[in-house]
Design a protein around this ligand. Structure first.
Ligand code: NAP
Length: 340
């Protein structure tokens, strides 16, 4: 049996950015889909994720994931419906997550796809609170910088995808006070009114150190760092002795080029004298905890104790704009692109 010849659309890397990316770095291209081979499925993508880490893959530099290639489709997390199958394990009609976003139809090796339960939660949640986003927050606060009952927890990029979930998980883990930083008054209101933070810091208003000291007069036990530079420096100053820092991201430097790096340098000697633990993490090393996490988080979603937001851009042609938006703070909660 041969697969019907189909065409699809994909977003390719047209040029590597120098500093802040622009729409000119991307191209929307039509292409003919390859025929399915044994063990493959054809997925009609319904949602795709845009994530800050993709900025690093636009540069031609070695990292934990290979760089995107010029003139080739970008990739990343997506969810969709199986419309054709030559797999013995995944049938037509299943909803799957996989790693071929940035296109409308994807030919996927079934062994790399995961069937998700849309009875448990809407498909889009598997890219957000029930996906690597949520797992990142959970692993950072349970395995990397373990939150203990009574801890004061500080979270940066707190109104974003990871941060909005992390604040609520910190609370579930028994934190006594949860402090978030985000850009602008609207996001700060959201932290307090929707995501359960006890205190909100508007880092764009300046004096981050002063604001953090006021929000945490007795110091901070755990810091989830998504930003780096000035945020990390301020957190180290605010930490109590023996504090724990999860190094999750450093978005303030993702668009930096050459000498134009963020200015603040964290005082690592101060960290040493306070016996602070700084520990990096990659969510890919925590996939073994996915089942355990989804079990818990689906329950929190269902009973309303985990509140989520998404910022949604409509259509594949808007994926570059969504990606540029997630780098500049255009999102609250998870940034998603609806494809169908
Ligand atoms: P996100 O928080 O939804 O979006 C990024 C947010 O960063 C923006 O909304 C923006 O919010 C904030 N931001 C941008 N530039 C900033 C700056 N100069 N200073 C302070 N905040 C800035 O994205 P996400 O997917 O949840 O990712 C959050 C962080 O976790 C990123 O650093 C990402 O790379 C990292 N991450 C790491 C892993 C891992 O495995 N280690 C996995 C997932 C994510 P404002 O409007 O508040 O500025």
């Amino acid at each position: 049996m041969t697969t019907q010849l189909r065409t699809g659309q994909e977003i390719q890397l047209a040029a590597r950015p120098d500093g802040v990316p622009t729409a000119a770095n991307f191209a929307l291209v039509e292409r003919t889909l390859p025929e399915l081979r044994d063990g493959q499925i054809l997925v009609r993508n319904t949602w795709m994720s845009v994530d800050p880490y993709m900025r690093g893959r636009m540069d031609d530099k070695p990292s934990y994931l290979p760089p995107f290639q010029l003139g080739a489709a970008l990739d990343g997390s997506a969810v969709g419906e199986v419309v054709e199958s030559r797999s013995a394990t995944i049938a037509v009609g299943a909803t799957v997550t996989h790693f071929q976003g940035w296109r409308d139809f994807a030919v996927v090796d079934a062994e790399t796809a995961t069937v998700v339960d849309t009875g448990l939660a809407d498909a889009r949640h598997y890219l957000g609170a029930l996906g690597t986003t949520g797992l990142t927050a959970y692993a950072a606060l349970t395995s990397i910088a373990e939150v203990r009952p009574g801890d004061v927890v500080f979270i940066s990029a707190a109104a974003g995808a990871v941060g909005s979930v992390a604040g609520q998980i910190a609370r579930q883990l028994g934190a006594s006070r949860v402090i978030g930083s985000a850009g602008g008054p609207a996001k700060n209101r959201l932290l307090l009114e929707e995501f359960g933070y006890d205190a909100a810091i508007d880092y764009r208003a300046g004096d981050l150190r002063g604001q953090l000291a006021a929000a945490a007069p007795d110091g901070v036990d755990v810091y989830l760092d998504s930003v780096g530079a000035e945020h990390l420096a301020a957190a180290i100053e605010a930490m109590r002795p023996g504090g724990r820092i999860a190094l999750v991201g450093a978005i303030s430097g993702y668009n930096a080029t050459g000498d134009a790096r963020p200015e603040a340098t964290p005082d690592l000697y101060l960290a040493a004298t306070k016996e602070i633990t700084l520990r990096g993490m990659l969510v890919t090393s925590h996939f073994a905890s996915f089942g355990e996490y989804i079990g818990q988080a689906a329950g929190w979603l269902a009973d309303g104790s985990l509140r989520t937001r998404e910022t949604v851009y409509e259509g594949l042609d808007q994926a570059p704009a969504a990606f540029l938006g997630v780098l500049s703070g255009a999102n609250t909660g998870k940034m998603l692109v609806r494809l169908a």
